[in-house]
Write a protein that binds this ligand. Structure first.
Ligand code: SAM
Length: 271
């Protein structure tokens, strides 16, 4: 507990991000990684491999932007820093590992405090709002330009399903339906933003959340992408995010994760 409080103080996060619990969430993810990181290894390797494949598709390698960089567990930062003139690690939270990468590759790895929704600071300042108003704010928000000019590669690194979760904090007591509307609005806006970026784009995102009993029988499955209009991912795999007893004594929590690769003239939406 004390370690986690200290960790939370050490990570960089604007006040509005702390109010929304994003620093706390970051610390919780890091602590879970310390406990069950071995089970995450195949997922992290699959993400890093997909990112390096996307890098290979780039005609020019001046700037790569990682959105939701967090602790860079799923990002091959050193390899990217050898290939690109600039690696931009963008997140609301500035993690300790990201700071270490910036020190190790001065001038080449750049840390940016950046809200991918473009709405969070405004939503916190407004103090309240109905779930419908929050969803509307996500739909209209403009995340703004990233430093580094037009990127040659943009990676959305496992943050799509996280973007709208702040609805719980902004509108406590909201129903599951209201929460989903906020999550979907933030996700749709992010996909439109990503689709509008120049260069190669890679989306790494949860496809579904599963509860899997130990015998391996099919358990509960919750679709994370319903109504977002995404085409089939180019690749998918399972992430053993919380093996028993991390999340429950009865079931493993597993995420099905997808990778969508889009060259400069392609997109992510079903046609
Ligand atoms: C599941 S973690 C991704 C893990 C990260 N790629 C890593 O390897 O450590 C989701 C990340 O999205 C970030 N995030 C959540 N909301 C965000 C927002 N509105 N803008 C930018 N990043 C956000 C979180 O801070 C967190 O680091």
């Amino acid at each position: 507990m004390i370690t986690e409080m200290l960790h939370s103080l050490l990570v960089g996060c604007p006040r509005w991000g702390r109010r929304l619990g994003l620093a706390r969430e970051h610390v919780a993810i890091s602590a879970r990684y310390r406990r069950v990181g071995r089970a995450w290894a195949p997922h992290l390797t699959a993400c890093r491999t997909a990112i390096l494949e996307a890098a290979q598709m780039c005609a020019r390698r001046r700037c790569v932007v990682i959105v939701g960089a967090g602790s860079c567990l799923d990002v091959p930062v050193a390899e990217l820093a050898q290939q690109f003139e600039m690696v931009v690690l963008a997140d609301v939270v500035t993690s300790l590992p990201a700071r270490r990468f910036a020190r190790r590759f001065p001038g080449r790895v750049r840390l940016v405090t950046w809200d991918a929704t473009g709405a969070l600071e405004r939503l916190v300042a407004a103090k309240c709002g109905t779930p419908a108003e929050i969803a509307a704010c996500f739909e209209e928000a403009e995340p703004g330009a990233l430093p580094g000019g037009a990127p040659d590669l943009v990676v959305s690194a496992n943050c799509l399903s996280q973007l709208g979760l702040v609805v719980d904090t902004l509108a406590p007591g909201c129903t599951d339906d209201e929460r989903w509307r906020g999550v979907a609005a933030a996700a749709r806006r992010h996909l439109a933003w990503l689709d509008g970026q120049p260069g190669v784009r890679l989306l790494l995102a949860d496809v579904a959340r599963l509860e899997v009993p130990p015998a391996g029988a099919e358990g509960l499955r919750e679709d994370c992408l319903e109504g977002l209009g995404l085409r089939e991912p180019d690749r998918r795999w399972r992430w053993d995010i919380a093996p028993i007893p991390e999340y429950s004594a009865r079931v493993h929590r597993v995420h099905e994760v997808g990778a969508w690769l889009a060259g400069p003239d392609a997109g992510f939406c079903a046609r």
